[in-house]
Design a protein around this ligand. Structure first.
Ligand SMILES: [Fe+2]
Ligand SMILES: [Fe+2]
Length: 157
């Protein structure tokens, strides 16, 4: 599996969960809590494999993208702290839905930058074989991803 295809598939999975969240009715607290649990799991795993494998490899193989990568890490930082706050939060808390809304805004912006602004440069610089090899490593690394969003390195803990 090509590394960038794998990452884009993850982005699609998360976007589907976001849409489900947006469609859930006002009173659907339990449903929203369940969706957010899945979002936390997906995004933590995704941030982990990007930070452990893809970002360092891109930095080495496509050095021109370094500014994008460093900005992406700071965006992850905000996201993983938000995920950690959402982790134990009562879905009826008045801050729950607004926090998820801001999380979704942040992630959508982040994904757009990855897909439009710098992943294409990485593809061009690194080529198919290297991306294939990275994709395989990331696929395997998913099993080692932490459950705690703050265990991802961008959290800075
Ligand atoms: Fe990312
Ligand atoms: Fe991503």
């Amino acid at each position: 599996m090509d590394a960038i295809v794998l990452l884009k598939d993850d982005h699609k999975t998360v976007e589907k969960l976001f849409k489900e969240f947006e469609k859930a009715g006002d009173g659907a607290h339990k449903k929203k809590r369940d969706i957010v649990d899945k979002i936390i799991e997906e995004l933590t795993t995704h941030a982990y494999i990007e930070e452990e494998i893809f970002y360092p490899a891109a930095r080495e193989g496509a050095p021109d993208t370094v500014d994008h990568i460093l900005e992406s890490v700071e965006e992850h930082h905000v996201v993983v702290w938000m995920l950690s706050e959402l982790r134990g939060m009562d879905p009826e808390d008045e801050r729950f839905v607004p926090k998820v809304t801001v999380l979704m805004e942040n992630v959508r912006h982040h994904v757009e930058e990855e897909e439009e602004e710098w992943f294409p440069k990485v593809r061009e610089a690194m080529g198919r074989n290297r991306l294939q090899e990275l994709g395989e490593r990331m696929e395997k690394a998913k099993a080692k991803a932490p459950a705690d969003p703050l265990a991802v390195s961008s959290a800075g803990k």
